[in-house]
Design a protein around this ligand. Structure first.
Ligand SMILES: *Cc1c(COP(=O)(O)O)cnc(C)c1O
Length: 408
């Protein structure tokens, strides 16, 4: 019976029975393999979103799917009420992989950020000696850290926070890419500041890349004022920007880092917080957790997903392909094209909407031409294929993007 349903039927069902909290591009997908997605009508597309960088390893990577299916038949969930034989090996692997003492496993990116905020406050009270309930955390304008009430408190995008108040106190927002603003807050209130939280590149905001040195300047200022530097690498981490972590570009090893998305290669929601003992051990048994956090299935999948990044040299490939992408895309001759920016394979084209044609309409034309990308805001299109893409495939996809822009 399913066979008879069309794309229009599936979209109508979501409209009728699902909450209307997304504005999806009209295309209905049923299969993914590597860098490609396939629609229910059989049409093949280049995936240039990669599920917001969750699918860095490519769709249904055989090694990750193997880890998933083998473990699924053995043991999926124990809860942390008991030990299991997957979590310890995963924690050992991941802490060595990223260079931290400890890992705290969660599920979604938002939960990882919440955990990082809790850890920072805890450290602020227990180690730094901030009077209880007075800790401040510095955040950046244009941020995207997820969707919980505390996290939308941090946002200055009305779509994210409007009519979800009252909000969580204890945050100070400064402009992104403005070292002096950070310095000012720290000089005025540094004794109360537990941490600064930032994305090394703002993904959801439209792939905003700060000036060279900004991450290091923030890190140094934090340390000068005895505050923690927290990097949210949920989107930028795990090879996406051409370094294992985007902070690596500036030699910064954050005090706390959040990861998610590609930690599973898009197979399960898996996130984590990494920190050293002085910070991580401020939370004691019973003081934080999640029923699914660190479940055996996730542990096995995460090890497989990180191994694929390393064994297939996907970080190095992202760096090389990113250079080609930006060089070729910047040659586009179209009044709709302004410029391209990004690092590695996290890129965005800034468009010039005109004659009623916006980024959304360009994405519809890209879809028709066989490439899926999603606008962010009305004039920005993010381009972020799986990191497994090779040069030939990349050049073919670039050809599609060029053609669409030049024939608008
Ligand atoms: C996607 C994202 C999150 C939230 O992750 P979810 O899994 O959707 O909760 C947090 N931070 C950044 C930087 C992200 O890009």
């Amino acid at each position: 019976m399913d066979k008879k349903l069309t794309s229009a039927d599936y979209m109508a069902m979501e409209e009728r029975y699902g909450a209307h909290n997304y504005h999806s591009l009209p295309v209905v997908l049923e299969r993914g393999e590597g860098i490609y997605l396939y629609g229910v009508d059989g049409k093949r597309y280049f995936d240039f979103l990669s599920a917001y960088s969750a699918v860095n390893q490519g769709h249904c990577h055989p090694k990750i799917v193997k880890a998933l299916t083998e473990q699924a038949q053995k043991l999926c969930l124990t809860s942390r009420a008991f030990y299991n034989d997957c979590l310890g090996p995963y924690e050992k692997f991941a802490t060595e992989f990223f260079g931290y003492d400890k890992l705290l496993p969660m599920n979604s990116g938002a939960e990882a950020v919440e955990t990082a905020l809790k850890l920072a406050r805890r450290w602020g009270y227990k180690v730094k000696g901030i009077p209880e309930n007075e800790a401040l955390i510095i955040v950046m304008e244009g941020n995207f850290h997820g969707r919980t009430i505390t996290i939308v408190t941090l946002s200055n995008d009305p779509e994210s926070y409007s009519q979800y108040g009252p909000f969580t106190p204890g945050f100070v927002r400064v402009p992104y890419d403005d070292t002096e603003a950070v310095r000012k807050v720290l000089e005025e209130k540094g004794d109360k500041v537990a941490a600064l939280l930032m994305e090394p590149i703002q993904g959801e905001a439209g792939v905003y890349v700060p000036h060279d040195g900004f991450i290091k300047e923030c890190y140094d200022l934090c340390h000068k004022h005895n505050c923690l530097f927290i990097a949210d690498e949920v989107q930028t981490g795990i090879g996406r920007t051409g370094r294992l972590m985007a902070c690596d570009y500036e030699g910064v090893h954050p005090d706390i880092v959040t990861i998610g998305k590609a930690l599973s290669g898009g197979v399960l929601p898996i996130s984590a917080v990494l920190a050293n003992d002085e910070i991580m051990l401020t939370i004691k048994p019973g003081e934080h957790g999640s029923t699914f956090g660190g479940y055996p299935l996730a542990a096995k999948v995460a090890v497989a997903a990180l191994s694929v990044i390393r064994d297939e040299h996907l970080t190095e490939n992202a760096y090389k392909m990113g250079l080609i992408f930006r060089e070729e895309i910047s040659k586009i001759k179209s009044p709709f094209f302004k410029f391209v920016r990004g690092k590695g394979l996290l890129n965005a084209v800034v468009t010039e909407p005109q004659n009623g044609i916006e980024a959304w309409d360009i994405c519809l034309k890209l879809r028709d031409a066989g490439l899926l990308a999603k606008p962010t805001h009305r004039h920005i299109i993010r381009f972020a294929p799986p990191l497994t893409i090779n040069e030939k495939e990349l050049r073919e996809a670039i050809g599609i993007i060029k053609n669409v822009f030049e024939s608008l």
